[in-house]
Design a protein around this ligand. Sequence first.
Ligand SMILES: [Zn+2]
Length: 335
Amino acid sequence: MNNICPVCGSERNEVLYEVSCDDSARHFIVNRKCERFSQLRTHLENLWGANSCCVLRCGDCGFSYANPYIGGDKKFYDLAYQRNTDAYPTWKFEFQETFNFLSSLCLERLEDFPVLEVGAGDGAFIRKLTEIVPSNFIWATEFSDYGAQQIRKLGVQVSQVDFREQEEWDNKFAAICLFQVLEHLDDIPKTFEAINRITRENAYLFIAVPNNKRIDFNESNGALLDMPPNHIGRYTENSFKVIAQKFGWTIEDYKIEPASLKSFLDEFALYKYLRNTQTDNSLDYLIESSRLLRKLFKNSRVAHLKKLYRAKIAMHYQEALGSSQWIALHKKSHE
Ligand SMILES: [Zn+2]
């Protein structure tokens, strides 16, 4: 296996953990007896070309990555997730930061300021963005039919394609938004070469990915793993510095989402419960596998876990902070 860091090329790394195809399938589907579970497990063997996948941490830039570094394909997502139209986010930290940043740019410029949002969900950010950028200057990509349909209602052009393969967008965009997208994608050079090709000089790039410190906390305290091949790259502020330098961008701003004790505890207790369900015949596995038991006991189990971890989280949540990290980049001009 090739274990060179996909961000900085370093060969120095430590193994955070190794997951088998079975471990990964259990993360996405609780019920091991269903047909979909064994289909997913078999699909992971084919995708990885192996029975397991390692997660490594680079000893130089701090980026953590799945090895093999292969993102989930359409078949993986079809098997791993059942479509749920309520799953789209409403308003988020990274939307607000990006909206503030764009609002602070001179308004006249936004009249000729084509913006692309990659993986735009059901258009929660774009709906607000139309207050400052006319809808005929906004483009989106979104794979889901439901999401694409919702965005089209806003008068925005939607392509149901991989933005890296869209050929008619050369030098088009003044800004690109990638919210919770990058952590799913393999081939970092292909991604940033495409971004460079489809942006103008002096363009802005807004990226939000999960907060690595929050994931580290969850994983080291027995909550859900950041499981490949859904998430295959865990970015750090330092790994963004390397990427910016390599692909010709400067960092304009970087922020980590603040956290409240309540939201941290709510998420942690749920993720801890879900991780417990991955162990055969555990109490939480039995509860989660039956609709009736789930209805009766899930909430009280999660409440119990909150009580158990409250003191520890109260002590550490200000170091780990919120779910998301956000970065604003500016494309260097060629003169
Ligand atoms: Zn590295």
